[in-house]
Design a protein around this ligand. Structure first.
Ligand SMILES: NC(=O)C1=CN([C@@H]2O[C@H](COP(=O)(O)OP(=O)(O)OC[C@H]3O[C@@H](n4cnc5c(N)ncnc54)[C@H](OP(=O)(O)O)[C@@H]3O)[C@@H](O)[C@H]2O)C=CC1
Ligand SMILES: O=C(O)[C@@H]1CCC=N1
Length: 276
């Protein structure tokens, strides 16, 4: 029987310490002793200093980080990926593992920019990694073995749930769980606004909606019931909820959500095309 290898804590280079980079860093450094094995590479010296100060990691330049670390996690914007890979290529090879979280960017594009045989794993994480409730979805590139996938899974499972999919599903995954937290935050904003319209203090409206979101998410996860059953249990005959549902249907909210997620998918595909 094979066991999932634990992350080699002496060797993770995070390239790009922005929003998702920090979410991952924050989760990973909660493991006792982990920070000592993590290096950040950031374009901005001020940002690097901030991450070093907050998380106790080290900051190095790209060449030194790739020399010190076997796993290189690329977390720069898709528009910056080609330039970054060109800089990274002289410093990595088949003994490294390159993990890319860049939306839309296929593993084939990453592999083509790196020395032949360099293992690449594509990952779509999300920002709830900040609170260890992330959803990360992995796909192997052409040179990534099951052991490389296990290694990437061990890394990401420190910050939440992990699933594996064929790479052709990654643009849809990006539209659902990668961008997904933003849709929920947007709904919460709108629902709090409704509370304000109805005369509630903002802080009270926010408390009511956040707890309601948490309760609903917990029921979705733990009850084993379909969302339709859960919604029907709230919808009393002749009551308040059905009055609201009728307005959601009248305004095409279901169709708007489907169209929004389809647009996110299409943008992921577009970002995946070579820009340079
Ligand atoms: N935000 C999210 O929820 C998620 C994002 N992603 C993916 O993660 C990647 C990063 O997204 P996000 O964190 O939102 O973006 P950010 O712009 O917040 O972070 C990217 C960081 O990388 C830095 N950077 C750019 N080029 C280099 C370089 N050559 N060397 C070192 N650092 C560099 C940027 O610096 P500067 O600011 O100077 O440009 C910035 O600090 C994207 O590819 C995105 O598709 C995936 C899942 C979820
Ligand atoms: O908005 C974006 O492009 C990134 C990818 C998924 C979430 N944020």
């Amino acid at each position: 029987m094979t066991s999932t290898p634990d992350l080699q804590l002496t060797g993770l280079a995070l390239v790009g310490g922005g929003k998702i980079g920090e979410a991952l860093l924050s989760g990973l450094t909660r493991r006792p002793g982990a920070a000592a094995g993590i290096v950040v590479v950031e374009r901005s010296a001020d940002r690097a200093a901030e991450l070093v100060g907050t998380y106790g990691v080290r900051s190095l330049d790209l060449a030194a980080a790739a020399a010190a670390c076997r796993v290189v996690l690329v977390a720069v914007k898709p528009q910056d990926v080609d330039a970054l890979l060109a800089d990274l290529a002289p410093h990595v090879g088949p003994d490294h593992l390159v993990v890319s979280v860049a939306a839309g960017v296929p593993t084939a594009r990453v592999e083509a920019a790196l020395p032949a045989g360099t293992p690449v794993v594509r990952v779509m994480p999300n920002t709830p990694a900040l609170v260890d409730e992330g959803m990360s979805v992995l796909s192997a590139g052409a040179h990534a073995t099951p052991a490389h996938l296990d290694e990437a899974e061990a890394l990401l499972s420190a910050v939440g749930q992990v699933r594996r999919v064929p790479e052709k599903q990654q643009d849809a995954v990006t539209a659902l769980s990668g961008s997904g937290p933003a849709y929920f935050f947007y709904l919460v904003e709108a629902m709090v606004d409704a509370g304000i319209l109805l005369g509630l203090p903002r802080a009270l409206a926010a408390d009511l909606i956040v707890q309601t979101a948490l309760g609903a998410a917990t029921m979705l996860r733990d009850s084993g019931e379909h969302p339709v059953q859960l919604r029907e249990a709230v919808t009393s005959p002749g009551g308040t909820t059905i009055a609201a549902i009728r307005e959601l249907e009248r305004h095409g909210v279901r169709a708007a959500l489907i169209a929004a997620i389809e647009a996110a998918h299409d943008r992921s595909v577009e970002l995946g095309r070579r820009t340079g």
